[in-house]
Design a protein around this ligand. Sequence first.
Ligand code: DQA
Length: 149
Amino acid sequence: RRILLVNGPNLNLLGSREPEVYGGDTLEDVVALAERTAAGLGFELRAVQSNHEGVLIDAIHDARTGTDAEAEAEAIVINPGAFTHTSIALRDALSGVALPVAEVHLSNVHAREEFRHRSYISPVAAFVIAGAGIQGYEFAVRRLAAILG
Ligand code: DQA
């Protein structure tokens, strides 16, 4: 059983990027936490990070059953980064694969600039976690595992 973790643009810079907003943990720390949480619940985690919208869309498509057994997943945790606020294509990819989606943001996007208040992703997500830092990824994996049963 597998959960796909998708991190979008600029999240490769975690740890050094605006630490006052995003904290000091690195992407490696995020992936390790999500992996550990998933493993404890009997799931394998496949982690993908890209700064390219199309690569993220391909990773989401690959989670579908019947395409690539190695990439198949039962649910998706995604921090779409700034694509949250711009990408209809990413949203359509998520609707297209019809898997339960957890939208995660390290920062509380609602307490920040107006342009971060709108998410194209939230309407197709099972739930949204914002402002819980890297723990948000742990919560997301736990909740998805509960939903999947
Ligand atoms: C983010 C919030 C987005 O607005 C921003 O563009 C990011 C990170 C977060 O995790 O808080 O890149 O998704």
